[in-house]
Write a protein that binds this ligand. Structure first.
Ligand code: ZN
Length: 90
């Protein structure tokens, strides 16, 4: 999982992202990238196995990823197809 310094940097990044998300009006849990979102999703589903199926999605409002149970009408979104998909730089 990296050195303590890297972990501290990751925590700081996440804190910054969460603060930016909150400022943008996002109150959901934030994940810095898709991989983090998927890890969060996994532990969420373990804790709440009866909850409806959830997906990770990149937020349009803040720069974070969130979990959602929103149905996308069976569409396969780029990040659902490719676990390495990253948000295009603006
Ligand atoms: Zn957001």
């Amino acid at each position: 999982m990296g050195s303590p310094k890297q972990r501290a940097a990751a925590r700081a990044e996440r804190r910054e992202l969460a603060a930016a998300a909150l400022a943008a009006g996002c109150t959901k849990a934030v994940y810095v990238d898709q991989a983090a979102g998927r890890r969060g999703l996994e532990s969420f589903m373990k804790k709440r196995p009866t909850s409806p199926p959830m997906r990770v999605h990149p937020c349009d409002i803040c720069q974070a990823w969130h979990l959602t149970s929103k149905n996308v009408g069976g569409k396969k979104l780029p990040w659902d197809r490719d676990p390495d998909w990253t948000r295009p730089a603006k």
